[in-house]
Ligand binder design. Structure first.
Ligand SMILES: NC(=O)c1ccc[n+]([C@@H]2O[C@H](COP(=O)([O-])OP(=O)(O)OC[C@H]3O[C@@H](n4cnc5c(N)ncnc54)[C@H](OP(=O)(O)O)[C@@H]3O)[C@@H](O)[C@H]2O)c1
Length: 219
């Protein structure tokens, strides 16, 4: 499958490693340009590109940049994606450490709804509560007892299924965590955030979530 990854840091780098190892055709971009991605390209076989080109022809596009950088993504960067492409948002709002205050999110807009509005395309929220290292280390074959599960939220059932299938290929179960309006249940500070649990543990953690953003996660 053709996959575009925008962001080549902790998450984008490790997704590039695993997805190329699985045989996918990966184009990867950062903010500084493809000439700064030669080491990752040599290591993985991924194609380093400008952010404006990463989605070209891709059936899955991963947006994995700091939340505050989402508005800086090139205008129209998704225009060349394949018809019906699934766009994965891995982002989290870290107002105190990184992103500054984003009023709409402080007022209760789910973080991925904000990202969707910024990029003008529906997103599927996945990987946001998964440690980058787990992507490399914790994938297991289907049916392995205790296999780690990831919550996946989004409004487009076909895109969501495509993302769930890809996560299964990476070695993880998934839990359908609802539409994006429900995706606050997997934001930072919730019980599921950072969980390495299996399907049952993830279902329970999602249902135990409280909508109120704790002080640690407010601006
Ligand atoms: N780290 C984790 O374990 C983890 C887990 C789950 C979710 N997340 C979330 O996933 C997102 C990415 O996290 P991360 O830890 O992978 O971040 P990171 O290591 O800081 O990497 C961020 C990447 O985004 C790129 N970037 C920044 N601005 C860009 C722009 N305007 N255009 C294109 N690329 C741009 C950076 O490129 P340059 O280096 O060239 O600036 C860098 O490659 C964040 O929202 C984070 O909260 C992180």
């Amino acid at each position: 499958m053709k996959i575009g990854i925008i962001g080549a840091g902790n998450i984008g780098g490790n997704l590039t490693r695993r997805l190329t190892a699985l045989g996918h055709e990966v184009a990867v971009a950062n903010s500084r340009g493809p000439h700064t991605l030669t080491a990752l390209a040599e290591e993985t076989g991924a194609k380093p590109v400008h952010a404006s080109e990463a989605a070209r022809g891709a059936q899955v596009v991963v947006v994995t940049v700091p939340l505050k950088a989402v508005p800086d993504l090139p205008a129209g960067f998704l225009d060349g994606a394949a018809e019906g492409a699934a766009v994965i948002d891995t982002g989290n709002y870290y107002p105190q450490q990184r992103d500054g205050r984003i009023a709409a999110i402080e007022d209760g807009l789910p973080e991925s709804r904000w990202t969707e509005q910024q990029i003008g395309h529906p997103v599927i929220k996945a990987f946001n509560g998964t440690y980058a290292q787990d992507i490399l280390d914790r994938g297991r074959p289907q049916g392995t007892p205790g296999r780690q599960a990831l919550p996946v939220a989004g409004d487009d059932p076909r895109a969501k299924q495509a993302v769930r299938d890809l996560i299964d290929e990476l070695g993880f179960d998934t839990v359908d965590s609802g539409g994006l309006d429900d995706s606050w249940r997997q934001q930072p500070g919730t019980p599921v955030y950072g969980s390495q649990g299996d399907v049952d543990a993830i279902v329970k953690a999602l249902s135990d979530a409280s909508r109120e953003r704790t002080a640690e996660w407010r601006a």
